[in-house]
Ligand binder design. Sequence first.
Ligand SMILES: NC(=O)C1=CN([C@@H]2O[C@H](COP(=O)(O)OP(=O)(O)OC[C@H]3O[C@@H](n4cnc5c(N)ncnc54)[C@H](O)[C@@H]3O)[C@@H](O)[C@H]2O)C=CC1
Ligand SMILES: O=C(O)C(=O)COP(=O)(O)O
Length: 630
Amino acid sequence: MAATSISSATNKLTDQSPPLPLHTTAARSSATRLSFTNSSISLQKLAISASSTNQSSRGSAVSALKTARESEQASKPRNSDPAEKSPKPTVLVSEKLGEAGLDLLRSYGNVECLYSLSPEDLCAKIGEFDALIVRSGTKVTRQVFEAAKGKLKVVGRAGVGIDNVDLQAATEFGCLVVNAPTANTIAAAEHGIALLAGMARNVAQADASMKAGEWQRTKYVGVSLVGKTLAIMGFGKVGSEVARRAKGLGMHVIAHDPYAPADRARALGVELVSFDQAISTADFVSLHMPLTPTTNKIFNDATFAKMKKGVRIINVARGGVIDEDALVRALDEGIVAQAALDVFTKEPPSKDSKLVQHENVTVTPHLGASTKEAQEGVAVEIAEAVVGALRGELSATAVNAPMVPPEVMSELAPYVTLAEKLGRLAVQLAAGGSGIQSVKVVYGSSRDSDNLDTRLLRAMIVKGIIEPISDAHINLVNADFIAKQKGLRISEEKLAVDSSPDSPIDSVQVQISNVGSKLESALLENGNISIEGRVKDGMPHLTRVGAFSVDVSLEGNLILCRQVDQPGMIGTVGNILGESNVNVSFMSVSRTVKRVKAIMAIGVDEAPDKETLKKIGEVPAIEEFVFLDL
Ligand SMILES: NC(=O)C1=CN([C@@H]2O[C@H](COP(=O)(O)OP(=O)(O)OC[C@H]3O[C@@H](n4cnc5c(N)ncnc54)[C@H](O)[C@@H]3O)[C@@H](O)[C@H]2O)C=CC1
Ligand SMILES: O=C(O)C(=O)COP(=O)(O)O
């Protein structure tokens, strides 16, 4: 049996790294959208749920992953969603949203539209809401998450760019961020083309001049597009659609995008080139990359200096990708002949902005997504994503959580409870839980590592380990972050076993190293606390404690004892429990050497009182025992 390392989840993260495997825009743009059919809903109900009303009164992270009981409920038809019986989730919409989207939201929750909240008002109000829906005009800052005091479970960005949402803070607070990445693509591309053509023919300037009573035919002679080279910077959804349209106008289109697949470009007749090649050969440069720390002011004095004299620039992406002062200088020097801008570093820009006032600049007030069609589409897209998230489904458009496809969710659902319970048990076996630093998870599976997506199980193990010993509330969004914050290193390994390939996992073993154990028998030879579990008939079972095989269903509570292997032990302990009216649900005995040492795992429905536990401890043949709360 060969063990392969899957990942070492938390310690690989540097301070600069995002806390979770965030999706690059490139990866996300190619992701397929999940359809929220009834069958997929039940299997996705493991992320975040308003209905669980698991709100942190302590103001830290919120809303835990759903547990087995909840996922059982989740497999019931959609109309039996527990959320529909509990108070309706509350949704704050802070910017204009299409009616169809509002209707969808209203059918699920109580919706309040407050379109001109100041940052202070937003902070004052946010603690009342489970979800917040914004466009580009609302800054969802760390202060907003802090002010939410754990109530806010999902932020929906009705559009693509999420640069106005503090993703790090959202993740730390366990708040899912979803966006609507597809519905405004065409609108943005069309606006890019409108700006390109309008700029080339001075449409805006000529219009303003005529309205001022002039008739200037020579002043507004333009440039032709046909045969000119257009460089698309960021060949994602919008960039590709701009390219497609520009090809139709007879332009030669090149593109720069470090993450775009060459075959997608080739299919559109677009050549992918380096950044420098793109900007130095283009007559027109159209910007379509997201604003990130890497792209911030990526167009600056140095890059303008490399451009062809007389280049024309279109920006419908984000103002921040351009150093606006440098652009003014490049315009004044004639390096940039014209610019057409829909987006600005500060929106709205100041009235006396040199850039906005420049005679060679055409501006629109962030209208890229503003068509009736796009706004209706975006509203529905974001409403679906937010309602889905509030129902506890994993969203296909999650920005700060791993996307776990529905088929993977479906397969892993039975192991979710097992993983959490093993985490809970392992931490209770440790002597002094807060000192845990290193946890190894070994998945026994016949699948190869590439076909085993364990992120959800890892999150649940982290939840099981950390929640009993801290005030954190852990979900798929913040599990890795909180583990890292608590100094907990989780490493994962896959052990190749000969089991049915239909089942993704045969066994899950959780090992904790470098801590003592309350139950010596739970230690392996290497000194690690070790427990192992399996799913049997859909139920989580504990199947190994240290080196001992056991078999006990993980329901209720558990007593683990090590005793001298001798007759009458089951009866003795059973009697003590019976006298205290504690019902035994499962019992399993395993021994190492006949008449020497045995371990007994007893599942109990009720927690025995102290006196009962004391009596068990006083049985002479019992060498050690521990009571574990599942
Ligand atoms: N003005 C408006 O109203 C609108 C603006 N947008 C903005 O347009 C931009 C693009 O949107 P989509 O195409 O939907 O996103 P997308 O995620 O599909 O495409 C972005 C592309 O940029 C690429 N990229 C990332 N870093 C890059 C870099 N350093 N250099 C070159 N390319 C890089 C990515 O690989 C990706 O292919 C976003 O910033 C979005 O916010 C989108 C819609 C409307
Ligand atoms: O989707 C985007 O990235 C946009 O920039 C659109 O912004 P808006 O929703 O119109 O404020």
